[in-house]
Design a protein around this ligand. Structure first.
Ligand SMILES: [Mg+2]
Length: 93
């Protein structure tokens, strides 16, 4: 089964609101893992961080399917470009 089909079926089975809440939950878990990776003992936390990163990526991909509309796709691309330009400017200072 292709991942797009899996995502579609998950959204149908569990509902959009639940899947958006699941995204929030996974983001919180990633935040916690990121903090542990940054400030925890050296050489620890990488496995947990990668695990949570994958969870968030999968939930984001799933939710992005809901926004598969040309207006949102353009807004997403424009916003990404805007943020990257901002970050590039930060490097100039
Ligand atoms: Mg998780």
């Amino acid at each position: 089964m292709e991942k797009e089909e899996i995502y579609r079926k998950l959204l149908t089975k569990f509902g959009t609101s639940n899947q958006i809440l699941k995204l929030a939950e996974e983001c919180a878990e990633l935040a916690q893992a990121a903090i542990k990776l940054a400030v925890g003992p050296a050489n620890t936390g990488a496995v947990s961080f990668v695990r949570e990163m994958v969870d968030v990526e999968i939930m984001l991909e799933q939710i992005k399917q809901l926004l598969d509309d040309p207006v949102f796709v353009k807004f997403h691309a424009d916003r990404k470009e805007e943020v990257l330009k901002y970050l590039e400017k930060l490097l100039e200072v």
